[in-house]
Design a protein. Structure first.
Length: 295
């Protein structure tokens, strides 16, 4: 496992991120950016949030060429890359998960995505572990937008999302006949196909969690030493690029204002995560508009 100093040097490699590890941003900014986009847009606001489960911040060097030859060597930035497109139009930022010093939370899947969607850290110790459901004090952007009449969708593989974390919100949406829909799948490719369908079905907010990096990390290790982990990250970049292409093919695209987000819920070390290790806490945010225009 990389030491703290070496890890900081790796994410601070010139040319990859718009900020530095020292100026990293809390992951909770994602929810605020989404809601502000819907409030301030002069066209018809739309948003797709593509989640890469378990993707560490230092994995961005697989996709973006650093100005430091020691990092990138002879590699170039991927041409058909969603991350590189978003960096050009908006930015690629170093973020962090796991709460603050006075309010730590696990760097785990349930807490990570909930913090991104709710815009605040989960209250400790009430929100420890996975056997909990978000209550009315922690509404997600899906709920907030659907209450305003927008059509929102949530696609995932992990059953805990449906059986625990978002159960109360799912029940609330059903009881109140909100246009807030949840879809469960078995594989990333099935989920990817559904996200394409959600774009075509005119959802206003599309959220989906792709799991390849996390699955491969738990199997053989998070980081450069596991070729499966590297391949999982690169494959998701290509799938995400295809989703961006699908958006631009919409007949109504010129009348719409799309905010596109790719982010992760946590990193990892060895074959685990959940700790306050720097490799677990340090994540990334790729977004199609500069953050200072949104928050």
């Amino acid at each position: 496992m990389l030491g703290r100093k070496n890890y900081i040097n790796s994410v601070n490699a010139k040319g990859i991120f718009n900020n530095t590890y020292e100026t990293r941003i809390p992951q909770t900014v994602i929810s605020k950016a989404i809601l502000n986009h819907f409030e301030k847009s002069e066209k018809r606001p739309k948003c797709i949030f593509i989640g890469w489960d378990g993707c560490r911040a230092d994995a961005m060097k697989y996709l973006i060429k650093s100005d430091d030859e020691k990092v990138s060597g002879a590699n170039d930035t991927a041409v058909y890359s969603a991350i590189s497109q978003l960096k050009k139009s908006g930015g690629l930022y170093i973020t962090y998960v796991g709460g603050e010093k006075n309010n730590y939370q696990e760097t785990s899947t349930a807490q990570g995505w909930a913090s991104a969607l709710c815009g605040k850290w989960m209250k400790s110790p009430w929100k420890q572990g996975i056997e909990w459901s978000l209550d009315e004090d922690y509404p997600t952007v899906l709920k907030k937008l659907s209450l305003k009449g927008y059509k929102t969708s949530f696609s995932a593989i992990w059953p805990i999302h449906f059986d625990n974390t978002y159960k109360e919100e799912i029940d609330f949406a059903e009881k109140n006949d909100l246009k807030q829909y949840y879809y469960k799948f078995e594989t990333d490719l099935e989920l990817y196909d559904n996200m394409k369908n959600r774009i075509q079905s005119d959802d206003d907010f599309v959220f989906g969690i792709l799991e390849n990096p996390d699955i491969n990390g738990h199997d053989r290790g998070f980081g450069d030493s596991n070729y499966r982990y590297v391949a999982g990250v690169c494959n998701l970049d290509r799938l995400s690029y295809k989703l961006l292409t699908k958006i631009k093919m919409r007949k109504t695209f010129d009348e719409e204002d799309w905010l596109i987000i790719i982010a992760s819920d946590h990193g990892g070390h060895s074959t685990r995560h959940g700790s306050q290790y720097i490799t677990d806490k340090t994540t990334f945010l790729a977004i199609s508009k500069p953050l200072d225009e949104l928050v």
